[in-house]
Ligand binder design. Structure first.
Ligand code: SF4
Length: 424
């Protein structure tokens, strides 16, 4: 019996030892250790700090930020030396000469001389604009006068012009500005920022560079365009479009709309009567269209110069093929001026013939200008022939185009067809 008890005690001891070893290896806790841990002082729970309520963030449209950034960049980039804005797009070609690379002429300008446009001067081997911030004409006009007939009809624009031009049109209505030098005319002190302020103060649709060709005052237009863009003000330029692709592409992102004078469709006449170059203009028109900027075309029909039905047909077909049928085309009446005072005003029938040819070629929106009260001052639905916008000269009597407030897309109420343009 003692032997049995002794044996049982041995087994119990072994079992106890094995149990302790297994317990340690599984939990790693000795009973003593467990007690020690329980006796450790427990860190008091820190009261939760009250959290500042999150302020709702004012939603900032990304475009707004971009626009403010843009305005800062404009200020950084404008280089003024002795009160004159340094020109853009020119090269130093040695010997003190510079080459202006803004327009078709690519003028090579010696020291102290000006380009063909009279408003860009080589001063100490650098090219400067003589008309930046110095317009000689500033006026508030109806947008129809531009003409921009598919662009917020019945509103007003701030129109600006300086002296100088890169063309020498013999018929020019504004020749007292376009063919003048900076010292010939009085000037206003209107820097780009002031133009934008004026546009906002007067609540106009856009600033328009129009009375002479904006190409020759490129830096003034560009600096204003970028500030206008930053401020949400529109920018229009009315031009002969004989501009080189690089400056054109630089300005287009800040351009709301353009009116282009397509002065005919004959290269020889373009050179001799207007001092221009047709291929440069056609190329610029294609770029404007590719870049998606709203453009309307004006063709001033001058008796014996560019009024041949064949030429008008060729021009209309080119427009349909390269720009599409929805670019509005305005045939405008010539009145004798400048060096073409010996020619008569354009007969109304000639304008009506031009209108018919353009419609036959497939252009959807064709109007006649400079003939107040003519039926074709108005815009018609191409599908039904109903009058969409009734105009007398520059005055809008009614506008029936239905505009979607969300998308801004305008439609004819007669056919539902989209009428291209900027309607709101
Ligand atoms: S903008 Fe004036 S200076 Fe420059 S190339 Fe044209 S005409 Fe010549």
């Amino acid at each position: 019996m003692d032997k049995l008890k002794k044996r049982a005690l041995q087994i119990a001891f072994v079992l106890l030892a094995v149990g302790l070893i297994i317990g340690f290896s599984l939990g790693g806790i000795w009973p003593g250790d467990l007690n020690l841990r329980l006796r450790q002082p427990v860190a008091p729970v820190q009261p939760v700090q009250p959290v500042e309520p999150v302020q709702p963030v004012e939603p900032v449209p990304p475009q707004q930020e971009e626009r403010e950034e843009e305005a800062r960049e404009v200020e950084d980039e404008i280089v003024i030396v002795d009160g004159l804005r340094k020109a853009m797009f020119w090269q130093d070609i040695g010997g003190g000469r510079v080459r202006c690379e803004i327009c078709l002429h690519l003028c090579v300008i010696p020291l102290g001389r000006r380009g063909l446009c009279r408003v860009r001067e080589n001063i100490d081997g650098r090219l400067f604009s003589l008309v930046h911030s110095r317009p000689s004409a500033a006026m508030i006009d109806p947008i129809e006068k531009e003409p921009q007939l598919h662009h917020r009809p019945g509103t007003e624009i701030l129109c600006i012009g300086t002296v100088g031009c890169n063309f020498t049109c013999k018929h020019c209505q504004n020749w007292t500005l376009s063919q003048a030098s900076p010292t010939d005319r009085r000037v206003f002190d209107l820097p780009p920022a002031r133009l934008v302020e004026l546009a906002i103060e007067h609540g106009v649709t856009a600033i328009s560079f129009t009375y002479n060709d904006p190409i020759v005052l490129f830096e003034y237009v560009y600096d204003t365009a970028r500030l206008a863009y930053a401020a949400g003000v529109g920018l229009i330029w009315h031009t002969n479009a004989a501009i080189k692709p690089e400056p054109l592409r630089r300005l287009l992102p800040y351009t709301t709309a353009m009116t282009v004078d397509l002065k005919g469709f004959c290269e020889e006449i373009y050179r001799e009567i207007f001092g221009g170059d047709l291929p440069t203009v056609l190329n610029a028109l294609k770029i404007i269209r590719e870049e998606g900027v709203w453009v309307e075309i004006v063709n001033l029909v001058i008796p014996t110069i560019n009024d041949s039905p064949d030429e008008i047909r060729a021009m209309s077909e080119w427009i349909v093929e390269h720009l599409g049928p929805d670019v509005p085309v305005h045939f405008s009446r010539f009145h004798p001026a400048f060096k073409l005072t010996h020619l008569p005003p354009t007969p109304i029938e000639t304008l009506e013939t031009a209108h018919r040819i353009a419609r036959e070629a497939g252009i959807n929106f064709v109007t006649i200008g400079n003939v107040p009260g003519h039926r074709y001052n108005s815009t018609f639905c191409p599908d039904t022939g109903d009058r969409l916008i009734r105009r007398v000269h520059f005055r809008v009597l009614y506008n029936k185009i239905e505009v979607c407030p969300e998308t801004g897309i305008g439609r004819s109420p007669f056919s539902g067809r989209v009428i291209p343009g900027i309607w709101q």
